[in-house]
Design a protein around this ligand. Structure first.
Ligand code: ZN
Ligand code: ZN
Length: 141
């Protein structure tokens, strides 16, 4: 348990703010086509156990059901992508770019690399895989 850890972040316009009282997972970059369309690039996200996440201005979030198993939350005023929630998963993924700096986080994995855009290369030495292949994306408590 790391109850002393606190992280905060917000959307571009500030109408949605959030706070995590607990640890964050290392960052995962997802190159799947849904993440690429939702973000305009690929999705760099950390994650927090849901009970550690407090959202302020939640009325300003639009939750879009992006598949049978997941929904994505973005600010309805400025359009900033903030959250991804998988059905039956105990955590919320949080876009790394929405966190206040310094995050203290590190990119640990590229996933769905076979679905990446054809206009960029992944050559940072960080492990790559399709799906998670043994990597546990559950954040610390
Ligand atoms: Zn906003
Ligand atoms: Zn994805």
């Amino acid at each position: 348990m790391s109850q002393t850890e606190i992280h905060q972040g917000q959307c571009l316009c500030g109408a949605v703010r959030y706070r995590v009282d607990g640890g964050l997972r290392p960052v995962i970059a997802c190159h799947c086509s849904q993440c690429r369309r939702a973000t305009g690039s690929y999705m760099m996200a950390t994650a927090a156990m849901r009970e550690t996440l407090t959202i302020e201005g939640g009325d300003n979030i639009t939750w879009f059901t992006s598949s049978d198993t997941a929904r994505r939350g973005f600010c309805k005023l400025c359009g900033a992508n903030l959250f991804w929630e998988g059905k039956d998963l105990p955590y919320t993924s949080i876009t790394a770019g929405s966190l206040d700096s310094p995050t203290g986080l590190k990119l640990e994995r590229h996933i769905y690399v076979a679905d990446k855009g054809d206009y960029y290369r992944i050559n940072d030495g960080v492990p790559q895989s399709q799906a998670f292949e043994g990597y546990d994306p559950t954040p610390p408590k």
